[in-house]
Design a binder for this molecule. Structure first.
Ligand code: GAL
Length: 418
């Protein structure tokens, strides 16, 4: 009997210690071809380091659906061990007391994240109002203000890459006259807002963008410039096709890849789709910043880690944080994802010309006041204010609302949510 007890105790002990290994449940919205290929780099790294990855994908570009699912789990007291997150929302969840900073900060300190990241990007990932311990990790920098054009379609129609919004409209008119869908667009609220912010920065300028969409100044939102931005949105809407409402962003990218449409205005995750389809910039497609005065709308993808009492998940959080900020990971992941590394010391020589443009433009923009956070992708505002802006932009885009009414509605919506 005694022997049996000892045997059972030994068995119990060995089996607990032998199953112990890093585990992670990750809530994310990376389900398109390019996004999934990029995420696989992380999943493979995690598995190669003995980790068990539990995947929780929530489809829907831009992450609106994923953010709703995440919120529901947090409210129910059952957060995942890690999730995708954006800018100011990191602080919102920290204030709710659900974030587990200290695990991650120990990794950040031993790996020297403060030296590897731009101080502004580093601060975004620190809890306690951006000055406490690290509680989230950045994997990349996406640029929003891009135009993706089918090279053969542009060349065949004698169109060169537009450098002003009037040229964008002229190119679209030419394509329309040739019977080609000019503007590949997915009519979903977040895609409308993505296009809007590129137009706003381009037409209004960098200070206008900051006053309206970062500082939320009422006079700016109601201004004549906002009216002009909505006028340009109305023009772009007239260049979409009948199938646009509800279309996913990657389907719209596919239309450009296949030459069914001329161009798309979308962040550089769209490049991930071109890459997944084996297409090469300058050969099969053009990538060009949308017209602006050295502006750069940035969007950082990050992961945040939630409190858990499970030691295997705590180990998983540490492992994931370490892998995500790894030098080689940030190179390989971003080659697939279309973005550029968040780490400053990753060599760019293996990246294509679009990524190299992004990498040099971000420095120019940073030095000249043109580096501005995307509101459509949650970098400038939390989810509530983002929705307040997005709702009006999409309402205008999908109705015959006048530009003046839209500018006033935008200001009213912001005031109502302050
Ligand atoms: C953005 C995100 C990108 C990409 C895109 C479309 O918000 O930063 O990584 O996933 O949504 O889903």
């Amino acid at each position: 009997m005694k022997k049996l007890m000892i045997a059972l105790i030994t068995l119990a002990f060995t089996s607990t210690s032998s199953i112990a290994g890093p585990k992670i449940e990750v809530l994310h919205w990376w389900t398109s071809g390019g996004e999934a290929a990029a995420l696989k780099v992380l999943k493979d790294d995690f598995a190669a380091n003995g980790g068990e990855w539990m995947d929780m994908p929530v489809t829907g570009g831009g992450g609106d659906a994923a953010n709703v699912a995440l919120k529901a789990r947090i409210v129910a007291g059952d957060p995942p061990s890690a999730s995708q997150i954006k800018g100011p929302t990191i602080q919102e969840y920290d204030q709710e007391g659900v974030v587990a900073p200290y695990n991650i900060d120990a990794i950040a300190q031993s790996e020297g994240w403060d030296k590897l990241l731009d101080p502004m990007i580093a601060a975004v990932h620190k809890c306690e109002n951006n000055s406490g311990p690290y509680c989230a990790a950045p994997v990349n920098i996406h640029r929003i203000d891009w135009m993706w054009a089918n090279k053969a379609v542009f060349d065949a129609n004698g169109i060169s890459v537009p450098t002003t919004w009037d040229e964008v409209n002229a190119a679209a008119e030419k394509l329309k006259a040739a019977g080609i869908i000019p503007f590949a667009h997915g009519g979903q609220a977040w895609q409308d807002a993505t296009v809007f912010e590129a137009v706003a920065m381009g037409i209004g300028g960098n200070n206008y963008y900051k006053n309206c969409y970062v500082d939320l100044k009422e006079s700016c939102l109601r201004s004549e410039t906002t009216v002009k931005v909505f006028d340009q949105m109305r023009k772009l809407q007239s260049y979409t096709d009948e199938g646009s409402p509800g279309r996913d962003w990657n389907v719209a990218t596919g239309m450009v890849i296949e030459g069914k449409a001329g161009f798309q205005i979308m962040g550089d995750w769209a490049k991930g789709e071109f890459t997944a389809a084996g297409k090469v910039p300058g050969v099969d497609y053009y990538c060009a910043p949308t017209p602006s005065n050295n502006g750069y709308l940035y969007n950082v993808d990050s992961f945040i880690f939630y409190k858990t009492s499970d030691p295997e998940k705590q180990e998983g959080q540490k492992l994931l944080a370490k892998l995500m900020m790894g030098k080689n990971f940030q190179k390989v992941f971003n080659l697939y994802k279309g973005s550029i590394p968040a780490r400053l010391d990753v060599p760019m020589d293996e990246f294509d010309k679009c990524a190299k443009t992004s990498n040099s433009d971000i420095k120019t923009a940073g030095a000249s006041g043109g580096l501005v956070p995307s509101f459509a992708h949650g970098m400038a505002q939390g989810n509530t204010m983002k929705a307040a802006l997005q709702d009006i932009i999409t309402e205008h885009f999908n109705s015959d609302m006048s530009s003046v009414d839209a500018a006033n509605a935008l200001a009213d919506s912001v005031l109502a949510n302050m």
